[in-house]
Design a protein around this ligand. Structure first.
Ligand code: 13P
Length: 250
């Protein structure tokens, strides 16, 4: 049995004071959650969120990590820096980074390797643009993205990676993949992992859905056998909404 994991991706939202306030509001609302609860916050919010979340079941994640240990990479953060700041999870390869910041399957792979080797839990994002789905090329694309991003990891390491299937056309648009579409494509991702790393590994990997997931559609999505959680953007910015998503089973 895979333990469900619901993670908020705050993207570029919340000052440290706002971040602490949101976590303080969230804490009692998610205290009885049956799933893992994570908030992936802007780097400047990490210290405030760690302090606010102390002693609670809320884990802290970052939104990116560089592959080098240190050096002349202005604006970047190393995996060791994140670990030292108390971060446990890190989003890697989000479609916004692929679209707007030149992230490629190769740099995503380098970041995943650095994160995993430093002991961080990677939340690897894959997913197709609208034209890819319309052309019928979704399965091949998510298979390729997944295999390339995990290249160089052992099966034991892959089993600990969290994958977020986020169809780009469903992000921030209010459009959601149907329960069946999400389940089917996540199944394709799991099959790709089984092919390369074995069925035992594929059975362990937790694969989330992301893209306009909210209190209204979470139950249907989470009822699908392949879907092990969610990566939540907009609905993670309000404690009431995010807690309803986290408590989807209540
Ligand atoms: P929305 O939930 O706002 O569609 O964002 C999804 C997402 O990109 C999470 O990483």
């Amino acid at each position: 049995m895979r333990k469900p994991i619901i993670a908020g991706n705050w993207k570029m939202n919340k000052t440290p004071a706002e971040a602490a306030a949101l976590v303080n509001e969230l804490k009692p609302l998610v205290a009885d959650a049956q799933c893992d609860v994570v908030v992936c916050v802007p780097a400047v919010d990490i210290a405030a969120v760690k302090e606010a979340a102390a002693g609670s079941n809320i884990k802290v994640g970052a939104q990116n990590v560089h592959w080098a240990a240190s050096g002349a990479y202005t604006g970047e953060l190393s995996a060791d820096m994140l670990v030292a700041a108390g971060v446990e999870y890190v989003v890697i390869g989000h479609s916004e980074r692929r679209q707007y910041f030149g992230e490629t399957d190769q740099t995503v792979n380098q970041r995943v390797l650095a994160a995993v080797n430093a002991g961080l839990k990677a939340i690897l994002c894959v997913g197709e643009m609208k034209d890819v789905r319309e052309a019928g090329a979704t399965d091949g694309l998510v298979d390729y993205q997944t295999i390339m991003a995990l290249n160089g990891l052992t099966a034991e390491q892959v089993a600990e990676v969290i994958i977020a299937y986020e169809p780009v056309w469903a992000i921030g648009t209010g459009l959601t993949a149907t329960d069946e579409q999400a389940n089917e494509t996540i199944g394709v991702i799991r099959k790709a992992i089984a092919r390369k790393y074995g069925q035992e590994c594929a059975d362990k990997v937790r694969i989330q859905y992301g893209g306009s997931m909210n209190p209204k559609n979470v139950k249907g999505l989470m009822a699908q056998p392949e879907i092990d959680g969610g990566l939540i953007g907009g609905a993670s910015l309000k404690a009431a909404d995010f807690s309803l998503v986290v408590n989807y089973d209540k």
